[in-house]
Design a protein around this ligand. Structure first.
Ligand SMILES: NC(=O)c1ccc[n+]([C@@H]2O[C@H](COP(=O)([O-])OP(=O)(O)OC[C@H]3O[C@@H](n4cnc5c(N)ncnc54)[C@H](OP(=O)(O)O)[C@@H]3O)[C@@H](O)[C@H]2O)c1
Length: 187
C-alpha cells in the first residue's frame, strides 16, 4: 500500500487552516482534490472529518483518526474509526492522507508518506475567520529534505501544484497516470 498526502498550504507561512476552516475558497482546488480521491480510501483527523458537510464525502471510504475509541461516524458502512496510524486498510493499493495538520504531521514524521501532492496557494487568507492559524511547516521541511519533485509545477487559479516522491520509492505507472490526469489533466 502506498500513502499519498494531499494538501493545499499558504505559500508564505504554510498555513492550512484557521480554527476548523480552510481560509480560502478555490473551486478548482476542491475539484482537483475530488478527482484525486474519488473512489478511494482516505484518512482524515476527527476535526477535519467534522468539517466535511454532514461529516461525509461522497464516493470515498473515510478512515477517521481519533484517540476516542467510542467515536461514532456518520455512515457506518463507509466510514471507519482508527485509533493509530497502523490501522489502515491492508488491501487498498493507495490511501490518501487528507489532513488536518496533526494527521499530516503524524504521518510525515513517522516516515509513512510515500507521495505528496503539494498545492501552494498564493493569494490572501480570509482574515474574517475566528480561531488559531494551523500550519504544517514541519511537513514542508520534511518534504524538502526527504522527497524529490517528479513533476512540473501546474498553476491554476492562484494555486501551484506539484508531485513529490520520497527518495528511493518507486511508484507505479498507474498511480502516476492517475495523479497526472487528476492534477494536470495530462494523459
Ligand atoms: N488546506 C488543507 O489542505 C487542509 C486539509 C485538511 C484540513 N485542513 C485544516 O486543518 C485544520 C484541522 O487540523 P487539526 O490538526 O486541528 O485537526 P485534525 O488533524 O483534522 O484532527 C485532529 C484529530 O486527530 C486525532 N489524531 C491526530 N493524530 C492522531 C494519532 N496519531 N492517533 C490518533 N488520533 C490522532 C486528534 O486526537 P486528539 O484531539 O485526542 O489529539 C484529533 O481528534 C482545520 O483548519 C482544517 O480546515 C486543511
Amino acid at each position: 500500500m502506498l500513502s499519498v498526502a494531499v494538501w493545499c498550504r499558504h505559500e508564505k507561512d504554510c498555513i492550512i487552516g484557521i480554527g476548523p476552516k480552510i481560509p480560502w475558497f478555490i473551486k478548482s482546488d476542491l475539484q482537483r482534490f475530488r478527482r484525486i480521491t474519488s473512489g478511494a480510501s482516505i484518512v482524515a483527523g476527527q476535526t477535519t472529518y467534522e468539517s466535511f458537510p454532514n461529516r461525509t464525502l461522497p464516493n470515498r471510504k473515510i478512515y477517521v483518526l481519533t484517540f476516542d475509541k467510542n467515536y461514532k461516524v456518520s455512515d457506518e458502512n463507509n466510514h471507519f474509526v482508527i485509533n493509530d496510524l497502523t490501522q489502515l486498510p491492508k488491501d487498498a493499493e493507495v490511501v490518501y492522507i487528507c489532513g488536518g495538520a496533526s494527521v499530516y504531521k503524524a504521518f510525515m514524521k513517522s516516515g509513512l508518506v510515500d507521495v505528496v501532492v503539494d498545492s501552494c496557494y498564493h493569494g490572501k487568507l480570509d482574515e474574517s475567520l475566528v480561531g488559531n492559524p494551523v500550519d504544517i511547516h514541519e511537513c514542508i521541511d520534511i518534504m524538502n529534505q526527504n522527497y524529490e519533485k517528479i513533476s512540473k509545477d501546474y498553476l491554476e487559479d492562484d494555486v501551484t501544484t506539484a508531485i513529490f516522491v520520497k527518495k528511493g520509492i518507486k511508484i507505479s505507472d498507474n498511480l502516476l497516470e492517475h495523479l497526472n490526469i487528476s492534477i494536470f489533466n495530462v494523459k
